[in-house]
Design a protein around this ligand. Structure first.
Ligand code: SF4
Ligand code: SF4
Length: 238
């Protein structure tokens, strides 16, 4: 597609606008790949624009280990570490690596793709929460989990069930620094019920749980045995 059609909408062979295609063309330019989108685009569109949630997903998936993660002075952001390149570029990205953009949950409009994959259609404008089959209010039945959970301990109960039934080897969770008074969340691995109880509750701050993935590898039987879970960055238990 040429710059002309990008700017003015899709055109037929005679140059006339094709009714209905302008909107589709615009949507396609907002979706993840087929172009080789890499750190350069991620840095410009997410890290420096306020869209970044500090989840560290890009850091963990980077196959060349050129991304670091800053979590001091209230700054929770990934950064590029490769010698000879500035913060806004990556030599591997220039050669075709796209892992970080594909892992990032804030990069462009990924929702239509996952909606298509899960439900066979993209969400409508009146489905701000996404496509869903049902809405359920639930809480843990174990009073201990109810007590330590923020709003009923459901996530803790799910993790405990998965652990005790060998669905997972471990979970990537969020602990609190020290006695909790600093409100700083520390990513970690939960391998026991006590670990899950210690990580229960909300964290109203950043927590890059994925950063604990390498620690999980020590005890997990497979890389997929440890799941990211419990507390999403900036949000909480259910
Ligand atoms: S483009 Fe590839 S190598 Fe470069 S930061 Fe992204 S994932 Fe890492
Ligand atoms: S993957 Fe997470 S940490 Fe990396 S740029 Fe995206 S939101 Fe930020």
């Amino acid at each position: 597609m040429t710059a002309d059609t990008d700017a003015k909408g899709a055109r037929g062979t005679a140059g006339a606008a094709v009714p209905g295609l302008a909107t589709a063309s615009l949507c396609q330019t907002r979706r993840v790949p087929p172009e080789k989108l890499q750190w350069k685009e991620l840095y410009a569109e997410v890290v420096t624009t306020g869209l970044c949630t500090g989840c560290a997903g890009c850091v963990i998936v980077c196959p060349h280990d050129v991304l670091g993660y800053r979590d001091d002075e209230g700054i929770y952001r990934p950064f590029q570490t490769e010698d000879g390149f500035g913060p806004d570029d990556c030599s591997h990205g220039q050669k075709g690596c796209t892992s970080c953009t594909r892992a990032c949950p804030r990069f462009r409009a990924w929702e239509p793709e996952i909606d298509e994959f899960l439900f066979g259609r993209a969400r409508r404008v009146d489905e701000a929460s996404g496509v869903f089959k049902d809405v359920v209010l639930a809480k843990a039945t174990d009073p201990v989990l109810q007590e330590v959970g923020q709003d009923g301990g459901l996530v803790s109960a799910i993790l405990l069930y998965a652990l005790e039934h060998d669905v997972i080897d471990a979970a990537l969770v969020s602990y609190l620094e020290g006695d909790g008074s600093t409100w700083k969340a520390i990513p970690g691995v939960a391998r026991t019920k006590d670990d899950i109880l210690a990580a229960a509750g909300s964290r109203y701050t950043y927590s890059a749980n994925t950063m604990a993935y390498n620690d999980a590898g020590d005890g997990a039987t497979s890389p997929t045995g440890a799941i990211p879970g419990h507390h999403r960055p900036l949000h909480h238990d259910i």
